[in-house]
Design a protein around this ligand. Structure first.
Ligand SMILES: Cc1cc2nc3c(=O)[nH]c(=O)nc-3n(C[C@H](O)[C@H](O)[C@H](O)COP(=O)(O)OP(=O)(O)OC[C@H]3O[C@@H](n4cnc5c(N)ncnc54)[C@H](O)[C@@H]3O)c2cc1C
Length: 324
């Protein structure tokens, strides 16, 4: 065990001394992560804090670094499997408390408007704020259930669009607690990846460059995407969306379907009958069930098609090697 009661109290004191008077309701121990993941799995996080201001996040990171406490940034928990044994460290949740959105005109380009969002703002909220102001660019993201910070980290996308097309810059904090700005060309975006996956760094605020459009067209496009999603995805079950990345030249869901794996079940985890690319929680699934099921799927697909599937969903916590 890394994080014991003494360390938790020492951390709280150092955070307070640095100027963040963390309230009791923001500071939780042994918080169950199944309450914060769309898959509804995950054991206790030793320490869980929901900051509401930029400087609070910076203090949390700086003090965690100072006391060598492992930490992990949780957005909306929609691309995660957190270990049944939990997370032995600090979870910093950038959620509702950290989700303001505002816009700024571009003095040089009458057609463009910059939309600023704190990392915890949900994509649905950002997308509807854009629609209300007749701004185009975020239509593709309206049905992705993540936060804007998580979406930048993942370079989330759908319908042949992704975050790399709209992100102008982001204010970030490094693992050592220093703030820096990342501009458009520096994100190193690729398919479902960004520089943050490789080098750490936390997205604090995001600036999107959107364009003035026609409100009716924007609304109609969102409606079309929503209908497609509802028709093709098992949205009535907990999941983390597509379990695997799209292998070059293939669709993971098609390969899984062609391998005859729809309905394959381990404990409470199942390959969706509606969309083979989704693993769903049909009731009482554990992280271990999901882990085992995805390994079975990988093996079977490799054997039948010779294609190696890579997980898009991130497995975090005790027993898993991904640490962010
Ligand atoms: C039903 C369903 C449908 C989905 N459809 C899509 C889809 O169409 N396209 C798609 O791309 N994804 C999809 N997803 C997956 C998911 O919504 C996206 O990956 C989303 O971007 C994750 O954001 P989040 O805030 O939930 O991140 P989390 O799940 O909380 O975290 C994911 C990763 O991002 C990191 N992270 C989160 N916030 C920050 C931050 N501020 N700074 C640095 N790192 C951060 C976390 O540490 C973690 O490693 C779907 C999921 C579900 C459940």
């Amino acid at each position: 065990m890394i994080m014991d009661e003494k360390m938790i109290q020492e951390y709280r004191k150092s955070v307070c001394d640095a100027g963040f008077w963390v309230l009791d309701e923001q500071f939780k121990t042994d918080e169950m992560m199944n309450r914060h993941t769309s898959f509804r799995v995950g054991g206790p996080a030793k320490l869980y804090i929901e900051p509401s201001e930029l400087r609070e996040v910076i203090i949390l990171v700086q003090m965690a670094e100072k006391l060598k406490i492992p930490y992990f940034i949780l957005g909306n928990g929609s691309n995660l499997v957190i270990s049944d044994e939990g997370y032995d460290g600090l979870v910093i949740r950038l959620g509702e408390r950290f989700s303001s959105i505002w816009t700024e005109e571009d003095p040089e380009d009458k057609d463009a408007v910059y939309m600023h969002a704190y990392a915890g703002a949900l994509l649905a909220k950002v997308s509807s704020a854009a629609t209300r102001q007749s701004l185009s660019g975020m239509e593709f993201a309206s049905g992705i259930p993540g936060s804007i910070g998580g979406a930048v980290f993942m370079n989330a996308g759908a319908y042949n669009h992704d975050m790399s097309e709209v992100v102008d810059s982001a204010l970030c904090v490094s693992a050592s607690g220093e703030t820096y700005t990342v501009t458009r060309d520096e994100f190193d975006f690729g398919y479902r990846c960004s520089r943050f996956m490789k080098e750490g760094g936390i997205v604090l605020t995001v600036v999107l460059k959107l364009h003035r459009g026609d409100k009716d067209k924007i609304t109609a496009q969102i409606k079309e995407y929503t209908e497609k999603r509802t028709k093709s995805q098992p949205l009535n079950y907990p999941s983390a969306g597509s379990m695997f990345k799209r292998p070059e030249g293939y669709y993971a869901g098609t390969l899984i379907d062609q391998t005859g794996l729809k309905g394959l079940t381990v404990g409470g985890a199942q390959v969706s009958e509606k969309h083979a690319g989704f693993v769903i929680n049909i009731g009482g699934a554990t992280a271990a069930d999901i882990d085992e099921l995805t390994k079975k799927v990988r093996e079977a697909v490799k054997e039948k098609h010779g294609v190696t599937l890579e997980r898009e969903v991130r497995f975090i916590g005790i027993g898993y090697t991904q640490d962010r």
